[in-house]
Write a protein that binds this ligand. Sequence first.
Ligand SMILES: [Zn+2]
Length: 249
Amino acid sequence: MNCAESRLLLHAHADGELDVANSLELERHLKTCAACVAEQKSLHSLKSALRQSSLRYDAPESLLKEVRRLGRGSGGEAQPGIFQSLLLWKWLAFGATAVATVAILSRPEGISGRDQMLDEAVASHVRSLMAEHLTDVTSSDQHTVKPWFDGKVDFAPDVKDFAAEGFPLIGGRLDYLNGRAVAALVYRRNKHCINVFVWPATNTENGKRALENRRGYSVINRETKGLHYCLVSDLNEKELTELGSLIGR
Ligand SMILES: [Zn+2]
């Protein structure tokens, strides 16, 4: 991938809309290209600036007066003249555009944020297998893996080894999804790897254990005891569901 191609993909990547293959290509390019990394950084700061500013202004009193005056008509009559109603429509159209812009920029976090987290969880699962960076701490001992996360994430993930149930704990890894630090617990089932991403519960799952398919991978989301567990694997649905019912129990 060259810089021109990378620049084309940076926006989609920042919005979490890039597929796994292109994401990996782009990230490979970013590892070797300071210029594109700088471009990516400025894109991220633009995005967070847009998210933080209120983007909402109260109309100045003079504008409100003018709109009211146009509504009444110059002589106080109820019907505005053609020119005046055109002006009024212009302001209304401007207002509608502003409202639409604000609506787009403040999409409900619960839906888009969740989608972004899950897409990035799948991408991270794929990356952890390809880059052979599966674990930062490699141990089947929950008493080694759990304290390893102390000070790295702002919550305490529930870490258990399920070797007796056929899902041995391999270790843990610090990961970032949608800009937040999450704990990744790695389990194995025969030759399959399972990443269990953990972050504080957002109460979007309402206690259900939802199984879905994303980009060909099985994904299970579960919220229990204040934590969100997101299991990602190419394991069959039945066995992943088995682990899903053990996690956080
Ligand atoms: Zn570049």
